[in-house]
Every structure is written in structure tokens, then in C-alpha cells.
Design a protein around this ligand. Structure first.
Ligand code: MN
Length: 297
């Protein structure tokens, strides 16, 4: 059997949306009952770099239940604090993989970096029904602890999953994700093995590249800023375009194939479970911050 390069199924142009307190985002997709990108629920790009947009207010305290939120910054930073007492700054090249489980309340405040720019992403990953009411968990990884593989004109920062024998620091995620920041010099080629049956997307945010190269088949060009969605296959192949090359986030994950019911910052499986989340919020029982040692037996 010959390994098959994944061809492009769809190219999505992100739409500008306003979220939180007047934060302008480029949204490629958001949570929907159709669950078209299972296990991924949302992909947003923070890139509000026009000075006339004024000060950035951010995302004041809000809850999450039933999902994971993944923040990866390139420029600028996000200050965050949460109901479990965590406080920190997600800086350039850092990642925060937050598993909300049954509930957290947090605030996320993006700030411009020294260049005056902000560039970063937030991905939402679903949790399977059996883990939606689990304990919240954070994996925070600093820039210096995310390995980069340099090979044949490609630089691949591996956040989760494996590339060229190097594994990313974020582990034990239900969706078994691959999450990588890929930069290719002009004309360079690379290919990325992806598990059969997994959902695979690539968010091209700089330059352009041809994806889905297969023998004599030249593939299809994707220019920044676009999200490419791939067909079934064994690997993603790419060749950087002319000029400045290409940079993209490559994401893959195992679909859960469960019915979902999204509502704002919650994604559960049924409307009743959403109702319960709202009831818990109202009753002050949404967050349970018991120490880990007391809940494990
Ligand atoms: Mn949030």
C-alpha cells in the first residue's frame, strides 16, 4: 500500500468577529452542533494590530466547562488568572493547554508586545463525555521548553504530537492531538504523518504554500490568511511558495463522534447538561477547587 497525501477538502477565509470586551478576532470556525471539525470546536487568531482599534480590554472573568482551550502566542502576551489560584503570563512562543473539565472561571487579557503587535491563537478542543466533568488541569509550557526540529529548510515547533522523532511537551490529551508551528523557507518541502481517521487542518498565517502534493499532482496553493481542511490520508505534504516561504499551524486530532450541545463558553453533550452548568453558576457550585489529593483514591 502506498501512503496517501491528504488533499485539500476546503479552504476557509477567517471572518472578523468581536468577542469578550471588544476584542477583534479572526475566526476560522466556532462551536456548532454540526461539529464539522470534531474534535476541534473553535479556532481564533488574535491579530488586532491597527492602532485605531485603541486599548485592548480582553476577556474579563468567564467560565468554561467541557472543553480544553489552547493559547499559543507569537507576539505580545496574555495575562491570565483563574478560580484555582493560577496567575501567569503567556508570552511569545509559550503555550497554555487548559483542560476545563467540570469548570473553571478565568480571565484572559491580551497585551501588545514591544513591537506594538499581537499575534496568537486560541484553539478549543472537545472533551469526550466521560471527561467533561473531570478535574480541571493546566499544562503550561514556556517557549524554551518547546522543542524545534530543523530539517531541510523547515523549522517545526512541536507543541503536541510527534515530528521527526521529537515529541511535544503537551501530553495525555483525550483527542490525541498534533499541534505544531511550522515555518518553511521559500521552496522547501516537508511532510507530516497523520493518524488515519483524524481530523486535520492547517492555518496558514504567513506567505503561501502548496498542500496535497502527491507524485505528479502539484497540490493546491493556500495563501495567508486561510484555514485548509484536509481529506482522509496518511500524511500532509507541503511546499513553500516563492518569496518569504510559508508559516502555518498544523493541527490534527481524533474525532469523538459524540453529539455535542455548545452554549457560549460551555460545550456539553445535551441541553440538560448546559442547563445544569447555568444552574451551577447561579448557585455558586460551578467551580470545585478541592485539592487533587482528596479526589484521588
Ligand atoms: Mn476563556
Amino acid at each position: 500500500m502506498t501512503a496517501v497525501s491528504r488533499t485539500i477538502k476546503q479552504i476557509i477565509e477567517p471572518q472578523f468577529v468581536i468577542e469578550g470586551a471588544d476584542v477583534l478576532l479572526r475566526r476560522s470556525f466556532g462551536p456548532s452542533r454540526a461539529n464539522l471539525f470534531d474534535p476541534f470546536l473553535l479556532f481564533d487568531h488574535f491579530a488586532f494590530n491597527n492602532p485605531i482599534e485603541g486599548p485592548i480590554v480582553g476577556f474579563p472573568t468567564h467560565p468554561h466547562r467541557g472543553i480544553e482551550t489552547v493559547t499559543y502566542m507569537l507576539e505580545g502576551n496574555v495575562r491570565h488568572r483563574d478560580s484555582l489560584g493560577n496567575v501567569g503570563v503567556i508570552g511569545p512562543g509559550d503555550v497554555q493547554w487548559m483542560t476545563s473539565g467540570r469548570g473553571i472561571m478565568h480571565e484572559e487579557m491580551p497585551r501588545r508586545g514591544p513591537t506594538g503587535l499581537i499575534n496568537g491563537f486560541q484553539l478549543w478542543v472537545n472533551l469526550p463525555a466521560a471527561q467533561k466533568m473531570g478535574r480541571p488541569r493546566y499544562q503550561e509550557v514556556k517557549e524554551s521548553s518547546i522543542p524545534a526540529v530543523d530539517k531541510d529548510g523547515a523549522r517545526v515547533r512541536v507543541v503536541a504530537g510527534e515530528y521527526g522523532g521529537t515529541s511535544g511537551p503537551v501530553t495525555e490529551i483525550a483527542a490525541r492531538p498534533l499541534y505544531m508551528d511550522v515555518t518553511l523557507e521559500s521552496g522547501a518541502q516537508a511532510s507530516f504523518p497523520t493518524a488515519g481517521g483524524h481530523t486535520v487542518v492547517a492555518y496558514v498565517f504567513e506567505g503561501s504554500g502548496r498542500f496535497g502534493i502527491n507524485g505528479e499532482t502539484p497540490g493546491e496553493s493556500v495563501e495567508a490568511v486561510r484555514l485548509a481542511v484536509f481529506e482522509e490520508g496518511d500524511f500532509v505534504s507541503v511546499q513553500a511558495g516563492p518569496g518569504s516561504g510559508v508559516r502555518f499551524m498544523l493541527m490534527a486530532g481524533a474525532p469523538f463522534r459524540e453529539t455535542i450541545f455548545p452554549y457560549g463558553p460551555f460545550v456539553m453533550n445535551t441541553q440538560e447538561e448546559i442547563q445544569q452548568a447555568l444552574t451551577d453558576l447561579r448557585n455558586g457550585t460551578f467551580v470545585q477547587s478541592e485539592p487533587e489529593s482528596l479526589t484521588e483514591s
